[in-house]
Design a protein around this ligand. Structure first.
Ligand SMILES: Cc1ncc(COP(=O)(O)O)c(C=O)c1O
Length: 416
């Protein structure tokens, strides 16, 4: 669906929803009546089929069939089976993606492997404003690189172009900035990184499942991301790591556990990595949570990410237009330009925390990121244009009512 002009009335939103080719998707998720869920960029809702999948797994595979389920229920192969399905959503051909561990752990594996692939280089470039775990993991990977490494930060030490030279081993970047919602130009940046002879690790936490990613088309080296945001895999569901096929034979997983061994059940004394993407596994995986990822991938089954992206842009366009009209003094941080915008809208407001709390009480759930960012995520799989219209009205009501004067909202503390 294209949405070049944001609808000008609630009735126009409702008409757009009635015509939405993705409208049936909403029923694949559990969402309470009247809830406007704008926090799918933090934790996606539960896929409706997940409950039955978990029950089956618990009652049949675990309770009844016990250990034989490792084979009979396909538990052992779940990381690669789900990895191939997830890879399709980010433009990666099969055999390059595996679902496992957490984003933080997968970042460590990817950065460490990349440093190992560029032995004569001693710089890691990251972003000063990236989600903190990316920076912390860069520190940890540098400290355990086996040689002295230095860090350069985009935004603190200069723009990325000024930081790329023959010393750089790897560049770690976010596809969508978790605070501002700004979308990176993957093709342009990746080409610059490669021109400098370095490798790139893209963090897709805020884009996987909602924005296309050109993993193969742009010769991306590594990508990692979580499955609990726009992919709706459930709280703490396992993450993913993608490694370009051309790098696989040389890329070394620093966490060389037995699941990454070429023959895990040979119980060899020495580590010999699997020849494919399974070398990026470490140990036994959380199979119960994997079933959540499976249900989530089923829920998005048959859906083109490009269609999700088109609708997402329509939703964020509408929200920005309505907020601009209702509250012209608020500062929308997220770029208006579609090519620079992820699937969220961030608004800077020093009373943002109590406003978000009051909105939640009125049925519109967003979140807040210190010091002053109200974040609203727009998941096209289940949000309607009518919801977006209403959310902007609720935001405007809360701001006009100056809810921060009410101790009920101002005295709460941010915990998530
Ligand atoms: C960009 C980004 N990277 C990484 C993470 C966290 O990863 P983990 O699942 O390891 O906590 C988040 C969590 O919100 C994130 O937004």
């Amino acid at each position: 669906m294209t949405c070049p002009v944001a609808p000008a009335s609630r009735a126009a939103c409702v008409a757009l929803d009635a015509d939405d080719p993705l409208r049936a998707l909403r029923d694949r998720f559990v969402l309470a009546d009247g809830l406007i869920y704008l926090d799918g960029n933090s934790l996606g809702p539960m896929p409706r089929a997940a409950g039955a999948a978990f029950t089956r797994m618990i009652e049949e595979e675990w309770a009844r069939d016990l250990v034989k389920s490792w084979n009979s229920a396909g538990w052992f192969d779940m990381p690669s089976r789900l990895g191939d399905r997830l890879g399709a959503l980010i433009g990666a051909a099969p055999g390059q993606t595996i679902v496992c561990d957490t984003t933080s752990i997968n970042l460590y594996k990817a950065i460490h492997a990349a440093i190992g692939l560029r032995p004569g280089r001693d710089v890691v470039v990251a972003e000063a404003g990236s989600f903190p775990t990316d920076l912390y993991i860069v520190e940890g990977a540098m400290a355990s690189a086996g040689r002295p490494m230095r860090r350069r930060l985009v935004g603190q030490d200069g723009p990325i172009e000024s930081l790329l030279d023959e010393k750089v081993a790897v560049v770690v970047l976010s596809h969508v900035d978790y605070r501002s919602g700004r979308l990176s130009d993957v093709a342009d940046i990746t080409r610059k990184v490669h021109a400098a002879g370095a490798l790139v690790v893209w963090d897709l936490c805020h884009s996987a499942g909602v924005i296309e990613f050109p993993f193969d088309a742009e010769d991306i080296d590594f990508a990692v991301g979580c499955t609990y945001k726009y992919l709706n895999g459930g709280p703490g569901s396992p993450a993913f790591i993608s490694v370009a096929r051309r790098l696989l034979a040389q890329a070394r997983n620093p966490l060389s556990g037995w699941w990454g061994h070429a023959a895990p059940f040979a119980f060899d004394r020495d580590f010999r990595p699997d020849s494919g993407i399974r070398r990026f596994l470490c140990g036994t995986q959380p199979i119960l949570s994997m079933r959540g990822v499976e249900a989530a991938l089923d829920a998005l089954g048959g859906i083109d990410v490009a269609a999700l992206r088109r609708k997402s842009l329509g939703l964020t366009d509408l929200f920005m237009a309505r907020v601009g009209a209702l509250l012209p003094d608020l500062e929308i941080v997220t770029p208006r330009e579609a090519s620079l915008r992820g699937s969220q809208v961030a608004i800077a407001f020093n009373k943002g925390f109590p406003v978000v709390q009051a909105m939640i009480e009125r049925g519109a759930v967003g979140d807040f990121r210190a010091p002053d960012i109200m974040r609203f995520g727009f998941a096209p799989a289940y949000l309607r244009f009518g919801d977006v219209w209403d959310a902007a009205e609720i935001l405007a009501d809360c701001v006009r009512a100056e809810v921060w004067r009410d101790p009920l909202y101002s005295q709460r503390h941010a915990v998530t």
